[in-house]
Design a protein around this ligand. Sequence first.
Ligand code: ARG
Length: 463
Amino acid sequence: MTEKLWGGRFAAATDALVEQFTASIAVDQRLFREDIQASIAHARMLARVGVLTEVEASAIVHGLRRIEEEIAAGSLPFTDRLEDIHMHVESRLIELIGDVGKKLHTGRSRNDQVATDMRLYVRSAIDRLCALLYDLQRVLVDLASREADTILPGLTHLQVAQPITFGHHCMAYVEMFRRDSDRLADARRRVNVLPLGAAALAGTTFPIDRWDVARQLGFDHLAENSLDAVSDRDFLLEVAADLGILAVHLSRLAEELVYWMSTNVAFIDLPDAFCTGSSIMPQKKNPDVAELIRGKSGKVMGQLVALLILMKAQALAYNRDNQEDKAIFFTAVDEVEMSLALLVRMLPGLQTRPERMRAAALEGFATATDLADYLVRRGVPFRDAHAVVGRAVRLAQERGVGLEQLSLADLEAISPAIDATALEVLSLEGSVAARNHLGGTAPAQVRAAIARARQRLEQEARR
Ligand code: ARG
């Protein structure tokens, strides 16, 4: 009646719309390597425990290898009739090697199979993402080193706050991406657990050796409960959350790139190869890559929410809902991977415009705090110093000049604690150089931070 591998108990064929609705091959075909790798490990184990003969297992392994080549070459046609990647591989195997192929599914279910495939996929996705995060940190450290002395206004509330160096700003992102990488590496430990052996939900009657499979596939642990193994997707939730946080960081960097390149700010120029033009305005050079990184970050965050809602309130054990996890998760990984790769390529070509940055830092009384600190060093309590400098700012504002342009007489009139030495602390260079402690913006500290980051990255590269 029906050619479905599970068709025995069915008297009627599946409705065409149901086939279309339930098929996942369009999405899960990307798991073909993981699926075949896990099937090979399963077949070998079955032979070792005596469920298959060596001859049967090696026929299966050869068949699976051939299918892997066929799929890689695009020569195996996919069809909704065969639902998913697991069914495609299994039916092709039976086509290729005959009845022996029908033995592969002994002692397992698609439920533990798909969970295994996903864990293998996520594990390598984490490795790719960490490699990209590594490259991005390197690029940012190099940029920081080039711009360790470049002064720009640091902002709070998007208002000029205090002068900082561009190198210091770049190193802030190095810290964020380092934590993103740490988070993923930490999640990897919980991803790298073998579900296979759980079968449909309760385990199997065959004398399987789960550690044998785990060793073949490089898993560090076995899932210890079969119901949990086939049904929970918290390993995806966790990584999706890490990607969501990473996307927040990407969006902040992207936003700053857009802002810095805005015509009226013009702190930086991004390479032509990473900008696009306007179909109507001939003069335009737009930072579309940065804008799209910012835009796509929202999509990544949305995937986390979609996954949380997918899993919420699912009764144990496996439910078909879980099939939807793949499209959601793949989207998040793809967008983050592409965004990281683009930043790695684009940022080395970022050109700063130090004269524009400097001019902006000279506006907005960026060194007012330095003057207050100066007064404190001369015995004025900080709160009083704050008020004194506030008066100086008001005077400078009335005159339409910067603090450093007030005359010594003006300053002395505001506070007797001020003398000629005050003028030094009002300079941009003096201000950044004075923040000379671990974590501060002084160029010397930025260089020290760069040296530490380089050393850490070198150690990571050797691992
Ligand atoms: N394509 C399915 C998925 O991705 C495989 C598992 C199907 N299991 C089942 N009992 N129908 O979840």
